[in-house]
Design a protein around this ligand. Structure first.
Ligand code: SF4
Length: 371
């Protein structure tokens, strides 16, 4: 496949892996976190860890938008969908994420709630246009890649004069999560010391490479932004090994075919026009992180379902046996959860990390190739 096949070339992959093995010092360890769930799946799918020497270890990070949404926000969406006038529009992955007491949007839909799966924000706007008697709420989740399409949907709804469209906003910010990981207690314990980050691909096309400068300047951690193909990831690992060896901590960009220093200014401006950072936002596994989530600015509050329908989020715990929080912080591997593959499988998930196509537990279940 053109423009893809060349990034999956086995001989080239072996060459990069050989360079990593030659340059990685056997007397030290390299603990590298891939932040993004897309990278986690690429690593599992292509068996990239099998190509790395034992001293180079990949740690799976929290960059899965479905996984980091806490139970309380799922519960709130289920309660909202129970209102007879509401049509809740959501991406497919979210339907199966367990809320409290084993509830889910899928079960709520089976019980009669008007919950519809959509493929884009525009699908939700279309439903609001076609069904003016329904209050259509889009369950907006995701990192900086998905907030611009949500902003665009609001702009379209405003231009069309729609008064029956709103969003339940759960957009989150990547740099805040990386900051929490490098500044958090786990980062100070030897057991989970992280030596560098493989930076996200899609997110970085929007926010730009410079958004990670704090990793280098404040925490002396190197970052190598990588594309999603296997050669991209391997090359980023080699870049990080070299930085660690040379005592450098810089923001390097392997994904130069898509990521620039400043990112997509148009998308950033659109998001900044409509959204502002919340004081704090609760993440599964990471807790309440300051300025880590977005909400609509007051000028756009008529599109804010939290205000319009007085949505209240009540903190709720994960299933007591579920280790999603620890998996998302990189302190446990999926197979270290005692429910993995026993009570928790993709057919009957107990935690969000087994549901989402970007979740680490789903990757380990599908490919079984993490070490
Ligand atoms: Fe949670 Fe299931 Fe993963 Fe365990 S295996 S951490 S229960 S998602």
């Amino acid at each position: 496949m053109k423009h893809v096949g060349e990034y999956r070339d086995g001989a080239l992959a072996q060459g990069i892996a050989a360079a990593i093995r030659a340059e990685a010092d056997p007397m030290r360890s390299y603990r590298l976190m891939e932040f993004c769930g897309g990278h986690t799946h690429a690593i599992a799918r292509y068996g990239l860890e099998d190509l790395l020497p034992p001293q180079v270890r990949m740690i799976h990070g929290p960059g899965c938008p479905v996984c980091v949404l806490p139970v309380g926000r799922i519960d709130a969406a289920i309660r909202l969908a129970a209102s007879p006038e509401i049509t809740l529009c959501t991406y497919g992955d979210l339907m199966r994420v367990p809320g409290s007491n084993g509830d889910s949007l899928l079960k709520a839909k089976a019980a009669g709630a008007d919950i519809r799966m959509v493929y884009s924000t525009l699908d939700a706007v279309g439903i609001a246009e076609r069904e003016p008697t329904r209050e259509v709420v889009f369950f907006a989740i995701g990192f900086e890649t998905t907030s611009p399409p949500t902003a665009m949907a609001i702009r379209l709804a405003a231009q069309s004069g729609l008064s029956n469209f709103s969003i339940f906003c759960n957009h989150v910010l990547t740099p805040a999560a990386i900051r929490a990981i490098v500044a958090g207690p786990e980062a100070r314990r030897d057991g989970v010391k992280i030596d560098g980050f493989v930076g996200p691909a899609h997110v970085s096309t929007v926010i730009g490479a410079d958004a990670y400068a704090f990793c280098a300047t404040e925490f002396a951690k190197p970052v190598a932004i990588a594309g999603f193909e296997p050669l991209d990831v391997l090359q980023a690992v080699l870049m990080l090994v070299r930085q660690v060896n040379q005592g450098r901590h810089e923001i390097e960009n392997q994904y130069i075919r898509a990521v620039t220093a400043n990112g997509n200014r148009k998308a950033q401006a659109l998001v900044a026009e409509m959204f502002e950072p919340r004081e704090a936002f609760e993440w599964r596994g990471l807790g309440a992180l300051p300025h880590s989530g977005l909400r609509l600015r007051p000028a756009w509050s008529r599109f804010d379902a939290e205000t319009r329908f007085e949505i209240e989020t009540v903190a709720a715990a994960d299933h007591p046996g579920c280790a999603c929080g620890a998996v998302l912080r990189g302190v446990k591997r999926p197979e270290e959860c005692r429910l993995f593959g026993v009570a928790c499988t993709p057919d009957s998930p107990i935690g969000a990390c087994m549901v989402s196509s970007e979740g680490a537990c789903a990757a380990q279940w599908s490919y079984g190739r993490f070490r």
